[in-house]
Design a protein around this ligand. Structure first.
Ligand SMILES: Cc1cc2nc3c(=O)[nH]c(=O)nc-3n(C[C@H](O)[C@H](O)[C@H](O)COP(=O)(O)OP(=O)(O)OC[C@H]3O[C@@H](n4cnc5c(N)ncnc54)[C@H](O)[C@@H]3O)c2cc1C
Length: 467
């Protein structure tokens, strides 16, 4: 089908006009002149997928959303959703669907005394973190400034200081949604345990529109210190023993990220360590086990004091706006120390100097505090991210081919995927592998109960493998 043509579904022109008169938000139908700009704006990744929704509604509020969901159900059009558009694989872009763009739902209210925030799905990490810091409060916001809360919280959300704060979705106390009937509901653990369970981890498979989140806040750590160590690639293997020792001794309040860069980059290998303490001495003590590694580093930066905003800008600098991305992530049983050498080797040959590989050791699991009962259900010792980034569409083929080679290379090590960052289009059954098997089964059962007509688009490639 020609993307500039309107969709020739059963929806009549009169039905589209009726929708337009019932909502306050702007509607962009396929075939209209401004449609392509609205479609491209659904994706933060400049490599916008070629999937073409039937129309995009920039909803102004929950009332618009309720009207649009009821209308789409009548028209048998599937509904897809976009809060901030940061899904690496462009999950909001669904062929022939009605996409609700929630970018205008940006309300943020903080009740500092109760340590609760109410936030719309389009509120970004940086805004939340800086607003909270002014009140002496914090939340496990994701690692980059412009990522929005909607997809992040529904996916689980692994943010700064998650060793102490836990996954972000575990701090969602309640949320407001529009369900598949177009009804507005408030979900919490007591009043609606099934939907609340699903909303904490289902990611793109959630069967409702989250219009507002109630977040449980934490006191702001008063002494955050960042230490960055740069190593030469030749040392990758030799670091393993020191890294293993560090991982065995570290506290949950020390967040570690191992970064590897291509041969064409100015960087080679980096260990970023962030200590979250309340006093300077406490933070420095958390960093003390890094001394043997610092002695091997070719460049040491820090420890420096940092705010949450500094941390966001620091990691965000690796992912500037406007680049083309091909990304995949996986969990591994193998320790981060053992994996780093092979990720470093994989990155060496990446065609673009902007690409990076990341190995993140999961925070030590506290046996006294297991994962809460929620759709976010996988835990593994390591998280690996392969982030291919480039600037020119002519380089798509070379970069995607590199990513595919790495996917094949690491497949035997992958024991699952994170629904928030994985490429859900990479293969049949990918969504299934983002959950513990009983959790995935429960998600499918709940979807059938709460969205029996399949109003919401659900996981991409739905079908037997992803149901
Ligand atoms: C630069 C960058 C850094 C990142 N860092 C982290 C990180 O540190 N930790 C982490 O956990 N993740 C991280 N991510 C992944 C990120 O959390 C997910 O991409 C998430 O989906 C982003 O939220 P979004 O609202 O922008 O997504 P969108 O692309 O808008 O939405 C993705 C999908 O989520 C669902 N969805 C979104 N909003 C709603 C809603 N309101 N109601 C119902 N369904 C909805 C829809 O199915 C939608 O298609 C990062 C991504 C990027 C691009």
């Amino acid at each position: 089908m020609n993307p500039s043509e309107p969709v020739k579904g059963r929806t009549s022109a009169a039905a589209w006009s009726a929708l337009r008169t019932q909502v306050r938000g702007l509607l962009f139908r396929r075939g209209e002149p401004s449609y392509e700009d609205a479609r491209r704006a659904l994706s933060w990744n400049a490599r916008v997928p070629s999937r073409h929704p039937a129309a995009i509604l920039r909803a102004t509020d929950a009332d618009d959303i309720a009207v649009a969901v009821r209308w789409a159900a009548e028209q048998e059009l599937r509904v897809a959703l976009r809060s901030g558009g940061h899904s690496w694989c462009g999950a909001a872009l669904r062929e022939d669907a009605l996409v609700l763009d929630l970018g205008a739902l940006r309300t943020l209210e903080i009740d500092a005394a109760a340590r609760v925030a109410r936030a719309g799905p389009a509120v970004e990490n940086l805004r939340l973190a800086t607003s909270l810091a002014r009140e002496g409060l914090a939340f496990p916001v994701g690692h980059c400034p412009s990522v929005a809360l909607g997809g992040y919280l529904l996916s689980g959300g692994f943010g700064w200081n998650s060793g102490i704060f836990g996954p972000a979705c575990a701090r969602v106390r309640a949320l407001e949604i529009v369900d598949a009937r177009g009804e507005r509901l408030r979900l919490d653990a007591r009043s609606s345990p099934e939907l609340f369970w699903a909303a904490r981890g289902a990611g793109a498979g959630f069967f409702g529109v989250a219009t507002s989140f109630e977040l449980e806040l934490a006191p702001l750590p008063r002494a955050i210190r960042v230490l960055s160590l740069e190593f030469s690639r030749a040392h990758a293997e030799a670091l393993e023993a020191d890294l293993a020792e560090l991982l065995a001794r570290r506290s949950a309040a020390l967040e570690l990220s191992l970064l590897a860069f291509p041969a064409s980059s100015a960087h080679e290998l980096q260990l970023l360590a962030v200590a979250f303490g309340d006093r300077e001495s406490e933070a420095l003590e958390l960093l003390a086990p890094l001394s043997p590694l610092a002695a091997r580093a070719r460049h040491v930066e820090g420890p420096h004091p940092a705010s949450f905003a500094d941390l966001l800008h620091r990691l965000g600098a690796f992912f500037p706006e406007g680049r083309r991305h091909g990304v995949d992530v996986f969990y591994a049983e193998r320790s981060a120390a053992a994996l780093f050498g092979s990720v470093a080797a994989a990155l060496r040959d990446a065609p673009s100097p902007h690409s990076l590989g990341m190995v993140v050791p999961a925070p030590p699991l506290d046996p006294a505090a297991p994962l809460a009962d929620m759709a976010l259900s996988l835990y593994a010792p390591s998280f690996v991210g392969l982030y291919a980034q480039w600037e020119d569409a002519h380089d798509d083929a070379a970069n995607l081919a590199w990513l595919e080679v790495q996917r094949t290379r690491f497949r035997p090590l992958a024991c699952g995927h994170y629904v928030g960052e994985t490429d859900l289009y990479a293969e049949e059954g990918r969504a299934r592998r983002c959950f513990a098997p009983p959790a995935f089964e429960r998600l499918c059962e709940l979807r059938e109960r709460w969205d029996p007509r399949g109003v919401f688009a659900g996981f991409p490639l739905s079908g037997a493998a992803n149901r």
